[in-house]
Design a protein around this ligand. Structure first.
Ligand SMILES: NC(=O)c1ccc[n+]([C@@H]2O[C@H](COP(=O)([O-])OP(=O)(O)OC[C@H]3O[C@@H](n4cnc5c(N)ncnc54)[C@H](O)[C@@H]3O)[C@@H](O)[C@H]2O)c1
Ligand SMILES: [Zn+2]
Ligand SMILES: [Zn+2]
Length: 368
């Protein structure tokens, strides 16, 4: 069965394969209706969707997504996961054309957050902290682990080169996030910047920090393969924290003072104390991780010992154009960052690959 939708000439299928979230550890591959875009909305055929550590935490039932004694659930069931995606415009009306400047056939990405445009955060440019906090693939709007998805009128849509492999284009999401963390750090030319973690986020932080041209970019990880990739992404020095003393080595390279900036992108509680110890007095600590558990440290390091600036960072507001430029520039080793592309039906294997982290950096699903 197929039908012709709106002003789109080619017939579209009426149903599609999709992963549907029914709750923690209950994601199912189902045949569901192809969504129909309403006025001002866009129907997009998905070309690639990345799986990220946040997808995995949602799948595993983390409190940030499903609530606990201190917070109500944020994620919703009945939603198609997938918030890092790229695809082709297949159907839109004149209002959508005018709103985003896009056309049938254009390759596009959309920011993961779908802002309300009506709260005090949206009103003042901080749309990434939108009070409603709808997000593709988690809450309010189905994501891209399906053949098609709809961009609602509130979405932030960007064009991206059709010449890129789809998995590379979908990397605009994690890269924009990493660039926001870099912006929070306000890196200067003289800084020694330490990046903890060389997964997709850490590698993006290294790429972004490199664009700021500081004195040194020191990458930390436990995996030599990832540290090698960190060098090719812009790190000037790498330290394997499994076999080397990162605190001692960074002190040595900074005349005993410590690093100016620490960008935390590991998801590992131990990396927090590591950063507090690595930094010099008056240093800047940027926290990007989402932790599975509470993290305990001596906060007097932040106050009495070092008078640190501790900065949180969330999503990639205003950083998408730069992330897209960076991917399109060809400066990043994208083939080595995008390690796995699997069919949609293998989503469970994809989640397992991300969980183990041993073989993969960025795992993507390719519907179709
Ligand atoms: N704040 C946000 O908006 C946001 C968005 C996306 C992802 N995240 C979070 O960012 C974090 C990183 O994401 P990712 O996809 O790159 O994760 P990842 O698991 O792929 O990479 C983490 C890396 O850190 C390394 N590592 C572990 N302990 C370390 C330590 N003590 N020092 C140095 N390296 C260490 C691991 O070996 C791994 O290579 C996750 O916690 C994720 O949930 C946050
Ligand atoms: Zn993500
Ligand atoms: Zn809002």
């Amino acid at each position: 069965m197929s039908t012709v939708h709106g002003d789109h000439a080619a017939p579209l299928p009426t149903t599609m394969q999709a992963v549907v979230c029914h709750g923690p550890r209950d994601y199912r591959l189902e045949e569901i209706p192809v969504p129909t875009p309403g006025p001002g909305e866009v129907l997009v055929e998905v070309e690639a969707v990345g799986i990220c550590a946040s997808d995995l935490k949602c799948y595993h039932g983390a409190a940030k997504f499903w609530g606990d004694a201190n917070r109500s659930p944020w994620a919703q069931t009945g939603i198609v996961p997938g918030h890092e995606f790229t695809g082709r415009v297949v159907q839109l009306d004149d209002a959508a054309r005018a709103h985003w400047g896009i056309e049938v056939g254009h390759r596009v990405v959309a920011e993961q957050i779908v802002p309300c445009w009506d709260c005090r955060y949206c009103d003042t440019g901080s749309y990434h902290m939108c009070a409603r906090h709808d997000m593709f693939g988690f809450r309010g709007h189905s994501g891209a682990m399906a053949s098609y998805l709809v961009f609602p009128v509130e979405a932030l849509v960007h064009r991206i080169s059709a010449d890129l492999p789809p998995a590379h284009a979908a990397f605009a999401e994690p890269l924009s996030c990493a660039l926001h963390a870099v912006e929070r750090a306000q890196i200067t030319f003289a800084d020694v910047v330490v990046v903890a973690g060389c997964g997709p986020i850490g590698l993006g932080m290294i790429a972004g920090a490199a664009a700021k041209f500081p004195a040194e970019i020191v990458a930390l990880d436990l995996d030599d393969r990832k540290l090698d990739l960190a060098r090719r992404t812009g790190a000037t020095r790498t330290i394997n924290i499994g076999s080397e003393d990162a605190v001692a080595l960074v002190r040595e390279m900074t005349g005993g003072y410590g690093a100016d900036v620490y960008l935390e992108g590991t998801g590992a509680p131990a990396a927090v104390l590591q950063g507090l110890n690595l930094l010099r007095k008056l240093g800047r600590f940027v926290e990007y991780s989402v932790f599975k558990e509470d993290v305990t440290v001596d906060w007097s390091i932040i106050s009495d010992d070092k008078e640190l600036d501790v900065l949180g960072a969330h999503l990639g507001p205003h950083c998408w154009p730069a992330a897209i430029r960076l991917i399109e520039s060809g400066r990043l080793p994208m083939d080595d960052i995008c390690t796995h592309q699997l069919p949609l039906a293998d989503f469970q294997r994809g989640l397992d690959l991300v969980a183990s982290g041993a073989e993969s950096i960025k795992v993507s699903l390719i519907p179709g």
